[in-house]
Every structure is written in C-alpha cells, then in structure tokens.
Design a binder for this molecule. Sequence first.
Ligand code: ATP
Length: 256
Amino acid sequence: MSISVKEASWAISNKPIVDSVTLGVETGQMLGLLGPNGSGKSSLLRLICGLRRVESGVITLGDQEISRIPRAQLSRRIALVEQQATTDAHISVEEVVRLGRTPHRGPLSPWTVTDEEAVAHALDSAGMTSKRARSWHTLSGGERQRVHIARALAQTPTELLLDEPTNHLDIQHQLDILSLVAKLPVTSVVALHDLNLAAMFCDRIAILQHGRVVAIGTPETVLTEDLIAEVFGVRTYVDRSPHHGRPHIHFLTRGG
Ligand SMILES: Nc1ncnc2c1ncn2[C@@H]1O[C@H](COP(=O)(O)OP(=O)(O)OP(=O)(O)O)[C@@H](O)[C@H]1O
C-alpha cells in the first residue's frame, strides 16, 4: 500500500471536517475523491501530504508514518497541486516548473542534467513546452493549471495529490491531464467533481460526505443511482459505456 489512512480525523472548533477516514491506495493506482462542496476532500488531501496534522488516526506513506518522515524527504516524495495555487507573477513558465526541483537540490547545488530532463519532461507532459518562455501573468487560467501540474511532475513524486485538476480546463485538456495522471507510474489521489471523468479514469473511488467516507471501491461498485441520489441529491440513470466499459452517468431532470 503506497498511501494508507486509518481512522484519520481533523476538526475546526470541535466541528469534525475529516471524520474517522480510512482508505488505502495501492502503489501506482489512482484514487478519485468525490463528494459535495465542503465534504472534506481538500482537507483530507492536506492531511495526506502532511500540510496538516491529524488529531487522531494514522497516515502512512509506504511503511513510514507521515509524522515521522523528515520534511525534506517528504517534499521530495509527495506533490500537491491545490485548487487556487498562486505563483509570483513576474517569472516565466519554465521558472515555475523549475521550482518543482527545489526539494531535490541543496542551496548550493548546481543545476544538473537530471534537473533539466525532469523539467523538460514535465513541460512536455503538460503540453506547455511551446509556452516555456512565456511570462506567468500572461497565461490563461487553464494554462496556469497545466503549469502547476508540470511543476508537480518536475518534482518526480512517488505520490501525487491533485485538488480538482480539471478546473478551468477545456474538455480536451481535462481528458489529457487525467489520462496522463492515470498512465504515470505514481500513486495518485485526485479530488474531482465530474462523476463521469472519475468513472473513466480512476481505479477506485472514495465518496466523502460530511467528512466521512460513505463508499469506496471500483467505479462500478460505488457509482450507483442510489448512492448518487443519497449523497448528491440528484436523480441519475447509470449504464455501462459501450466505448470504454466504465459506468456512464446520465443526469435526469424532473421531466425525464
Ligand atoms: N481553515 C478552515 N477554517 C474554517 N473552516 C474550514 C477550514 N478549512 C476547511 N474548512 C471547512 O471544512 C469543510 C470542508 O472543506 P474542504 O475544502 O475540505 O471541502 P471540499 O470537499 O474540498 O469542498 P469543495 O468541493 O467545495 O472544494 C468546509 O465546510 C470548509 O468551510
């Protein structure tokens, strides 16, 4: 198990935000985190990468408890792309992506071929090579999102956490980013709102509601009409796509 969360809880002013969450992600697999607004997805991602400490419970990466992994080692290993990541406006795309190499370098280390290759590969994977010299502040919202993903890839993490990575992206880039993450040889946890994209790309899905995991399993077992109605309050018809074999969710309005 690459990521293991056992009975993890975190609260604000005694209000549970992440409430006794237990889940695991096998090495190389992609877990989708789904749930309504405010259900605790971002908070859980921040606990998994050590940005916040659990109040009770245990999170382990590989066989090491996260609270015992030295900060420098943790930042080489795990990357988080947050929803509203900001970056200094006066630097180029390539410079933003180069920041992904920071955890691997000492203060006086020279820039190496490995660093250069990681940055080039990350820019290429995110489809941003042609814009590498562009100034950050000239980019569109979707391009900025792709640069932040490239920065995380340049970090060459073994665990990659993405908080709504398809926000701001057009459909082609949504598909590109998720198929890229699904193919990467990393363990990933991805918070998503689009149930159909989650069904297409995730190996497993965890559904959060009020900070608790109410279902976890393959897209087929989790994305049922009853569960979607209970958690999201919408009526659906779920069938299996003849194209990719995964569940396909049709949203029904009152009339049909
Ligand atoms: N620092 C904080 N102070 C106060 N409340 C917080 C804080 N961080 C999170 N919360 C609350 O915790 C709950 C869960 O928030 P979180 O951002 O984890 O949910 P989410 O599932 O990622 O939501 P969304 O889908 O809207 O991004 C929300 O009610 C939020 O207002």
